[in-house]
Design a protein. Structure first.
Length: 248
């Protein structure tokens, strides 16, 4: 679908930043006034590729995306999943050559924000520059937590931990409640993100259902027992640094 100008689609970015910091009315309006061009991409479409030198950052308005790297024989490692309000390639503001790729997980609506306008925004509003820096630091904290999972958690703990993380991120931007959320992630995606085989993922999900911890059907995750799930994986949400959370 061809791109189109859009100057009123940035509410998701405001919602995301307000989940980790406080914005003034002036800052909020400055974000909403950023020039943006929106595009709708089908699932499995690369947003940016390793080696690219992008001139825009990509904001997810709807749908899901992920960051990944391909190694020999086409093997894929997923680094992170991204939901509406996320800017997966925010680092491209200052790291000019992409060292990994980002792609859509589902059909997604994306807003492309020119680097020059984002840099001007951070110059005019130093506190916004600090908030965006905080966002990249939280991104790094999530990477560290995933590294701990890959190195030291069992398969059961890795999957449970990821479910808790995604639920809280979705809840923080108003896209989840009552321990129910969209989860359009396949077992193959989970395996590529968590270093597990498809068979192992299938076995763990079956075990979780049998224990009454989750229900997963039709792309919807229902956490049936939040306290038991976080207890099973030792989940501590501190690393997400959420300042605002909707009621569960």
């Amino acid at each position: 679908m061809p791109s189109s100008p859009d100057t009123h689609s940035l509410e998701m970015l405001v919602r995301r930043l307000e989940s980790i910091a406080t914005l003034s009315d002036e800052e909020r309006q400055a974000i909403l006034s950023l020039p943006a061009r929106t595009r709708v991409l089908k699932a499995g479409h690369d947003i940016v590729r390793e080696g690219d030198k992008p001139s825009h950052c990509c904001l997810i308005l709807s749908g899901w995306a992920y960051r990944y790297k391909l190694i020999d024989q086409g093997r894929r490692q997923i680094f992170s999943f991204h939901i509406p309000g996320d800017i997966p390639d925010l680092q491209s503001l200052h790291i000019h050559t992409m060292d990994h790729s980002a792609a859509t997980l589902t059909e997604s609506t994306l807003a492309f924000l020119p680097h020059e306008n984002l840099l001007d925004l951070t110059t005019r509003f130093p506190s916004l520059a600090a908030i965006l820096w905080r966002e990249t630091l939280i991104d790094a904290a999530i990477f560290r937590e995933w590294m701990v999972g890959m190195g030291r958690r069992t398969a059961f703990e890795r999957i449970a931990h990821l479910f808790c993380e995604l639920y809280l991120k979705l809840q923080a931007v108003g896209l989840a409640q009552s321990y129910r959320c969209a989860l359009p992630i396949t077992q193959i995606d989970l395996g590529d993100a968590l270093g597990l085989t498809n068979v192992h993922v299938n076995r763990v999900l079956k075990e979780m259902r049998e224990q009454g911890l989750i229900t997963l059907r039709g792309g919807t995750l229902v956490i049936e027992s939040w306290d038991e799930l976080i207890g099973a994986c030792g989940f501590d949400p501190t690393y997400l640094h959420l300042e605002k959370r909707a009621a569960a």
